[in-house]
Design a protein around this ligand. Structure first.
Ligand SMILES: NC(=O)c1ccc[n+]([C@@H]2O[C@H](COP(=O)([O-])OP(=O)(O)OC[C@H]3O[C@@H](n4cnc5c(N)ncnc54)[C@H](OP(=O)(O)O)[C@@H]3O)[C@@H](O)[C@H]2O)c1
Length: 268
C-alpha cells in the first residue's frame, strides 16, 4: 500500500490546478502529493501520468490538506474531505466566503488557514491574502506560506474579517482592471477612434503599465504616475477629472466597500 501523502489537493479546477502547477514548479516532489478531483481535465490526467502524483487514490489522513472546491460544494464534499484529515492536520481553504468557524463545523479540522488568491495565480503572478487561526503552528504557517507562494505573493492578515477586505481589493480586483480597459476603450471610441483600435490601445496600455509596476517594485505607483504627468499637459488635464473629489478614488472606495459588504453577507 502506498504511504500517506504529505499534501492533498482537493479540487483541481482552475485555482487548484494553478496551485498544483506552482508546487511542482517549486520542486515539491510529486510523490508527496495526492490530488482528488471527480472530473479531472485532460491536462491534470497527463500531468499525473508524467509526474507521478496520485490522482483519486484511496483517502488516508495527511498532514496538509488544501481545499479548492467551489464553496457551494462544501456540504456535499465534506464527508469525503474528512477522510483526508487527522486532528492535527493543517487545512488550507481557498473557498470564498467560508469562515474558519464554518469550516471547523463541517470538517474535523481545527488548524485552519483561510486564503484568498486571485486569478493571475494562473500565470504565477497572483497575490493571496491569508489568515491563520490561533491553532495553526508556526511550522504549519510556514508550510502554508510555501504552498500559497507557488502562485505568487502572499500577504498575511491578523484578523479573519480582513479577508473580506482582501477579497474586495485583490480577490475581485482583476475584474476592476479589465473594466478599466473596457472603459478606456470606450473613451477612445467617443473621441472617434475605431472600436478595435481603441481596444488595442487600451489593452496594451494596461498591460504595459502593469509590467512597468512589476519591473520597478521599489518605485511607487504615485511616482510612476508623476513621471508621465507634465504640469499643464494632457495627462494632467485627464487626471484633474479622475482625481476630483468625486473621481476615481471615491468611486473605487465605494465599489470596494460594496464588495467587502457582499463578502461579509456571503460568509457562512
Ligand atoms: N478563481 C478565482 O479567482 C478564485 C479566487 C479566490 C478564491 N477562489 C476560490 O477557489 C475555489 C475554486 O475555484 P475555481 O475557480 O478553481 O473553481 P473550479 O474551476 O470549479 O474548481 C473546483 C473543482 O473542484 C472539483 N470538485 C467538486 N466537488 C469535489 C469533491 N467532492 N472533491 C474533490 N473535488 C471536487 C470540481 O469538479 P467538478 O467540476 O467536476 O464539479 C472542480 O474541478 C472556490 O472556492 C473559489 O471561491 C477562486
Amino acid at each position: 500500500m502506498a504511504s500517506a501523502p504529505a499534501l492533498v489537493l482537493i479540487g483541481a479546477g482552475k485555482m487548484g490546478a494553478a496551485l498544483l502547477g506552482g508546487w511542482l514548479a517549486a520542486g515539491i516532489s510529486p510523490r508527496d502529493i495526492a490530488v482528488v478531483e471527480p472530473h479531472p481535465s485532460d491536462a491534470i490526467r497527463s500531468l499525473a501520468a508524467e509526474s507521478g502524483f496520485a490522482l483519486n487514490g484511496a483517502p488516508r489522513p495527511a498532514p496538509t490538506v488544501v481545499l479548492a472546491i467551489k464553496p457551494q460544494m462544501l456540504d456535499e464534499a465534506a464527508p469525503g474531505v474528512a477522510l483526508w484529515l487527522e486532528p492535527d492536520s493543517l487545512l488550507i481553504s481557498i473557498l470564498a466566503g467560508k469562515t474558519v468557524a464554518n469550516l471547523s463545523r463541517r470538517l474535523p479540522a481545527k488548524k485552519i488557514v483561510r486564503a484568498m488568491p486571485n486569478t493571475p495565480a494562473a500565470i504565477g503572478r497572483g497575490i493571496t491574502g491569508a489568515f491563520a487561526n490561533p491553532d495553526v503552528t508556526p511550522a504549519q504557517r510556514d508550510m502554508a506560506q510555501k504552498l500559497l507562494s507557488g502562485v505568487g505573493a502572499v500577504e498575511w492578515v491578523g484578523s479573519e474579517q480582513a479577508i473580506d477586505a482582501v477579497t474586495a481589493i485583490s480577490g475581485s480586483g482583476p475584474a476592476y482592471v479589465f473594466l478599466l480597459v473596457e472603459a478606456l476603450a470606450k473613451g477612445g471610441e467617443a473621441l472617434g477612434l475605431p472600436a478595435d483600435l481603441a481596444l488595442r490601445l487600451a489593452r496594451a496600455t494596461v498591460e504595459g503599465s502593469g509590467e512597468l509596476l512589476h519591473r520597478a517594485p521599489e518605485t511607487s505607483a504615485e511616482t510612476l504616475r508623476k513621471n508621465v504627468t507634465s504640469p499643464g499637459g494632457t495627462t494632467q488635464a485627464a487626471l484633474d477629472v479622475l482625481m476630483a473629489r468625486d473621481g476615481l478614488a471615491a468611486l473605487l472606495t465605494r465599489a470596494t466597500a460594496a464588495a467587502a459588504r457582499r463578502a461579509g453577507e456571503l460568509a457562512g
